[in-house]
Write a protein that binds this ligand. Sequence first.
Ligand SMILES: NCCC[C@H](NC(=O)CCC(=O)O)C(=O)O
Ligand SMILES: NC(=O)OP(=O)(O)O
Length: 312
Amino acid sequence: MKHYTSIEDIEDINSWIAEAKALKGSPLKHVELGKNKTIGLLFFNSSLRTRLSTQKAALNLGMNPIVMNVSGDAWGIEFGDGTVMNGNKAEHIKEAAAVVSQYCDIIAVRAFPTLTDKAKDESEQVMNAFKKYASVPIVNMESATGHPLQGLTDALTIAEHAKVDRPKVVLSWAPHIKALPHAVANSFIQAMQKMDVEFVIANPEGYDLNREITKETPVYHNQEEAFKDADFVYTKNWSSYEDYGKVNNTDPSWMITKDKIGKAKFMHCLPVRRNVVVEDAVLDTDSALVIEQANNRTYAAQLVLKKILENL
Ligand SMILES: NCCC[C@H](NC(=O)CCC(=O)O)C(=O)O
Ligand SMILES: NC(=O)OP(=O)(O)O
């Protein structure tokens, strides 16, 4: 594998899950593989889990991670082609990506969407520019439309905790005070569509996600109906896709409660706002798999880096 920028880069999710489980069992087995190799982690946005788990994954493979908060610390980067750079951007992505490629064998990038310009967000301008102008492999640490390290993590976590052959998995929207991206939901959907699970989505009217991603997956506008017999309830807020980036609904009746999920396991990528998205009574019991998901971020990232290193 060269780049890992989408769930579509996973050829066979079941074999990837098996490999990730093996790495989790012996994380230092391939500590020689990344010796003298450098990974650069570039963050245009905040992060706790991705920043630490991807470094941990690199260290488990013997790599040297270097990390930079690009926004604010680096020169402002221009992405437009042919732009007259007489504004506040001092450096073009053509040089920036080429320069970072001199120091790194792999570059990982986090760059959230604008949530104001749908066409720009869907063009994945930042991720695609790094792919185009860097001379080394690129890993997506959450882009405008996808968070494939999270999606792989979530597939692994469900595989580990499934008690039946074909569990029922529900992706449910929940309220939030801010406009949030679609990336986590999109990659989760794409991962579930590759797995042998019964998968449905629950969201209020006006919050349907991109049909090119949801495809044939059933979408319920009634949460209670969707949650019937669920084994896993994966929760995420996203802003409207139809009325792009808008927060038109903060209905607290969509918050996840213990009563609603019953015996189902609760999942969330984190960070999560308690008692807005989900009540304490869910997070503070064994129903919640959120810490195990965060743990699995290391092994999902380690698997991706291992596959790239093997192909360098
Ligand atoms: N990487 C995991 C999620 C990141 C981001 N969440 C956030 O921005 C939450 C911010 C807040 O709660 O203020 C998202 O939804 O894509
Ligand atoms: N789940 C996740 O990506 O967390 P961070 O935003 O903290 O990296």
